[in-house]
Design a protein around this ligand. Structure first.
Ligand code: SF4
Ligand code: FES
Length: 231
C-alpha cells in the first residue's frame, strides 16, 4: 500500500476525478501516476473496478465507482483503494486487473448466433411482460466483476446467471439455450472462479442490483440442459 495526499478536492468530484487530480499532481512532480481502469464514467461500461474502504465500488447502493462522489467521504479521511482480488482476475498494475476471463465466458456462449431476420416491429413478437421485465433486469449487468471481488469464493455465478438469463428468457435465445448455459458454466469453471455458497455478498455490492434469484434460475437452466444432453 502506498499513501498519497489528495489536495484541492471538491466534494462534488467523482471518485475517478479525484484520482485524476492526484495523478496530475504526481505527473507534475515527475512521479509515476496510479494506474486505474475507466471508460464511460457514467455507470454503464463496468470498467471501473475499485475496492474502496474494503467494499467493491465503495458501498453506495446501486452505484459504480465512477458514479461515487467525494461528498460521501469525510474531509481528511484516509481512503483505502485496492484492485479486485480474485485468482481469475490477475492484477496487471496498481488498480488494474485483467478481466479477460469474463470475455472468454461470453465467447463460450453469451450470444445469439442464429439468423433472426430483420428487425421486427416490437409488437410482432409477443413476449410475456413478466419475461421481458426479467430479461431487462438481467441485461443490466455491466460485467464489472464486483460480484467476484466481493465473494469469499470468488464466484462468478451472479455475472454468468445474468447473461444466461437475459438470453434464455427471450425467443431469440431459445435455439442455443441448452448449449449456451452448458458452455458458459464450463468456461466459468475452467477460469478458476469458485462456487456459490449463497452468502449474497455479490448482490449486496452489484451496482446494477442484479438479484440472487438469477443464480437459482441459472441452476435450473443448467439442470435442464444436462437432462437434454447438452455438453
Ligand atoms: S452481476 Fe453486478 S457486480 Fe456482477 S458483473 Fe454484473 S453488474 Fe457487475
Ligand atoms: S467507468 Fe464505466 S461503469 Fe465506471
Amino acid at each position: 500500500m502506498v499513501e498519497y495526499a489528495a489536495a484541492n478536492i471538491n466534494p462534488d468530484m467523482s471518485f475517478l476525478e479525484m484520482l485524476d487530480v492526484v495523478n496530475e499532481g504526481l505527473i507534475a512532480k515527475g512521479q509515476e501516476p496510479i494506474a486505474f481502469d475507466s471508460d464511460c464514467r457514467e455507470g454503464i461500461c463496468g470498467t471501473c473496478s475499485l475496492v474502496i474502504n474494503g467494499v467493491a465500488h465503495g458501498g453506495q447502493k446501486g452505484t459504480t465507482a465512477c458514479q461515487l462522489h467525494l461528498r460521501h467521504f469525510k474531509d481528511g479521511e484516509t481512503i483505502t483503494i485496492e484492485p479486485w482480488r480474485a485468482r481469475a482476475f490477475p492484477v496487471l498494475k496498481d488498480l488494474v486487473t485483467d478481466r479477460g476471463a469474463f470475455d472468454r465466458i461470453i465467447q463460450a456462449g453469451g450470444f445469439v448466433s442464429v439468423n433472426t431476420g430483420g428487425t421486427p416491429d416490437a409488437n410482432a413478437l409477443p413476449i410475456a411482460k413478466v419475461d421481458s421485465d426479467s430479461a431487462m433486469d438481467a441485461a443490466q449487468c455491466i460485467g464489472c466483476g464486483a460480484c467476484v471481488a466481493a465473494c469469499k469464493n470468488a464466484s462468478a455465478m451472479l455475472f454468468v446467471s445474468a447473461k444466461v438469463s437475459h438470453l434464455s428468457l427471450l425467443p431469440q435465445g431459445q435455439i442455443e439455450r441448452e448449449r449456451r448455459v452448458a458452455h458458459m458454466v464450463k468456461q466459468m469453471d475452467a477460469e478458476g472462479f469458485g462456487n456459490c455458497t449463497v452468502t449474497g455478498s455479490c448482490e449486496a455490492v452489484c451496482p446494477k442490483e442484479i438479484s440472487l434469484s438469477f443464480i437459482a434460475r441459472m441452476n435450473r437452466e443448467y439442470g435442464r440442459a444436462l437432462l437434454k444432453g447438452a455438453k
